[in-house]
Design a protein around this ligand. Structure first.
Ligand SMILES: NC(=O)c1ccc[n+]([C@@H]2O[C@H](COP(=O)([O-])OP(=O)(O)OC[C@H]3O[C@@H](n4cnc5c(N)ncnc54)[C@H](OP(=O)(O)O)[C@@H]3O)[C@@H](O)[C@H]2O)c1
Length: 498
């Protein structure tokens, strides 16, 4: 199956980058745009207008961009591409004290020789600025689509709960249609995430067993060895549930559980993801302790190094914000009725791994006494792979089986390694929003996690502690539906034995 877009078929356009001097732009956006240019994927007529509060000359800004590229591409880069890329770049100072700043930006953008008139605005600014920037763009007519398209990218997070997400939506839809809004969940730009749907639906082998008749349960795991680092204040106002589960992990689950879309158009794919997200049963708050679990990392050892606990790093022993969050979810539809989805995310665990692990039901012989069950695993990062564990006879005189693992890497020598933002930026210019979130997805995700976030926030009892670098806390097992279910320790052979 193939789908590529000829850059000649992408409309000439200008990317207007708000917050271009910020961390995201330096580390991801500018380098991704450069790599797209190097790969010949940008339309020939494409300009980038960086917008910031500071008075910066174009020369100084171009020197700054060179610094960003030097920092990112330590092995160097092609000078011809660099010159082509740098010529696309411009800067506009948008002083917050200047009431006419947006009118001046409009006048600047009106120069058709420099700026193609289809405009994509990337709001890489603080979340509190998303709505005001849209309002100001609209106020000066810069969202008017009479002659050319206008698209707006909203960075993560889209709200901090359902009410704030709906308020942001109400505010921006005064000026924009849904089709003009591109809400980021950068996980969707990862090739390994896109592969979930493709592997499921392009392999006849998988679809017949991908349901409640064969599957015992599904685990979606995202663990890190890193702690919160410098971001203690941000993290303590967010927590693992909102930071990872509300967005990336629920999107991974949607791709794992969705039905076959009627075609690969953005609308059809998103329609199926929305259906499955809306079919997830609300988490019963009255019985939260059997459905949701939280914990915090304590002092411990990671890769031989002693590291402090979360509360010490934060300097506040009273925080109940979780660095480990796990949920048990059910999808109430014919395919998944009764199959638990255990999803978890953690900082400072023993392993850094993002994967989907599916345990199958017992076979006829296992029912008669054996214990091993088949696992199918999709590795997302660091390893992009598909692994299957099956039972097989140990050669010899006796009748004895053991688990063997079929292990296939999705990534092969010479394969391209692209950043998620490259795919997202390319799709933005193409007008393909399938890798961006629809408002119904965002709302369904908030609707699901909000009650847990609220219940956890008011429960000030000390939170379970796990030593940094350890496996899942023993008490997290309370969410399992059946006694024989357990967290799979790792994706490797034997990872079900810990
Ligand atoms: N960094 C990441 O990896 C990451 C990951 C996920 C989501 N995001 C989202 O992406 C967006 C940008 O993140 P970032 O890390 O690049 O942010 P950032 O570095 O803190 O700031 C981005 C830009 O916002 C402007 N800004 C900063 N403080 C401001 C203030 N007090 N008042 C007005 N403007 C201010 C600055 O632009 P000027 O000074 O040039 O005007 C700055 O370059 C945010 O919405 C964030 O939630 C980022």
């Amino acid at each position: 199956m193939t789908k590529t877009t000829d850059p000649k078929k992408i409309d000439p356009c200008t990317l207007v980058l708000f917050g271009a001097s910020g961390n995201l732009s330096r580390v991801k956006l500018m380098p991704s745009l450069f790599r797209l240019d190097a790969a010949g994927r940008l339309p020939e007529q494409m300009a980038i207008l960086s917008v910031g509060r500071g008075e910066v000359t174009r020369e100084a800004w171009l020197a700054d961009i060179k610094g960003m590229l030097d920092a990112k591409f330590k092995k160097g880069y092609d000078q011809t591409v660099f010159e082509r890329f740098i010529a696309r770049n411009h800067y506009h100072a948008n002083a917050p004290t200047d009431a006419d700043a947006f009118t001046k930006m409009k006048a600047n953008l009106a120069d058709e020789k420099v700026f193609p008139q289809n405009l994509a605005y990337f709001l890489s600014v603080r979340p509190v600025d998303f709505a005001p920037v849209v309002e100001q763009l609209s106020g000066v007519g810069l969202l008017d689509e009479t002659n050319h398209w206008r698209r707006v990218v909203i960075e993560k997070p889209f709200g901090t709960d359902l009410a704030s997400a709906q308020a942001l939506q109400a505010s921006i839809t005064k000026h924009l249609k849904e089709s003009q809004i591109y809400r980021i969940d950068h996980y969707l730009g990862k090739s390994a995430l896109q592969n979930i749907m493709l592997q499921r639906f392009t392999n006849t082998l998988l679809e017949p067993i991908w349901n409640k008749d064969f599957i015992d349960h599904v685990q979606i795991t995202n663990t890190e060895m890193l702690g919160v680092g410098e971001r203690t204040q941000f993290y303590d106002s967010t927590g693992a549930l909102r930071d990872m589960i509300q967005s990336h992990i629920l999107q991974t689950m949607a791709l794992t559980a969705m039905e076959l879309p009627k075609d690969l158009s953005p609308d059809s794919i998103r329609a199926e993801k929305i259906k499955v997200l809306e079919a997830i049963r609300p988490i019963p708050v009255a019985d939260l302790k059997h459905n949701a679990f939280r914990a915090q990392y304590a002092t411990g050892e990671v890769q031989g190094e002693k590291v402090p606990g979360y509360l010490e790093e934060l300097g506040d022993k009273t925080s109940v914000v979780e660095t480990y969050a796990a949920l048990k979810l059910f999808v109430d539809n014919p395919r998944w009725q009764g199959v638990p989805f255990y999803i978890r995310t953690a900082k400072r665990l023993h392993d850094a791994d993002t994967r989907i692990s599916i345990r199958f039901k017992k076979s006829a012989l296992q029912l008669a006494g054996g214990t091993e069950q088949n696992w199918l695993m999709l590795g997302i990062q660091p390893r992009e792979c598909i692994k299957m564990e099956i039972q097989s006879k140990i050669p010899g005189l006796d009748i004895k089986t053991r688990t063997i693992q079929m292990d296939a890497a999705n990534r092969q020598d010479g394969d391209e390694s692209i950043d998620a933002y490259e795919a997202l930026l390319l799709n933005l210019m193409e007008g393909d929003n399938s890798l961006y979130l629809h408002i119904s997805e965002v709302e369904a995700q908030w609707r699901l996690v909000d009650p847990v976030v609220k219940a956890w926030a008011v429960d000030k009892a000390p939170v379970c502690q796990y030593p940094a670098g350890s496996a899942d806390p023993e008490t997290s097992k309370v969410i399992f539906e059946h006694e024989d279910q357990f967290w799979r320790y790792s994706i490797e052979l034997g990872g079900d034995k810990h």
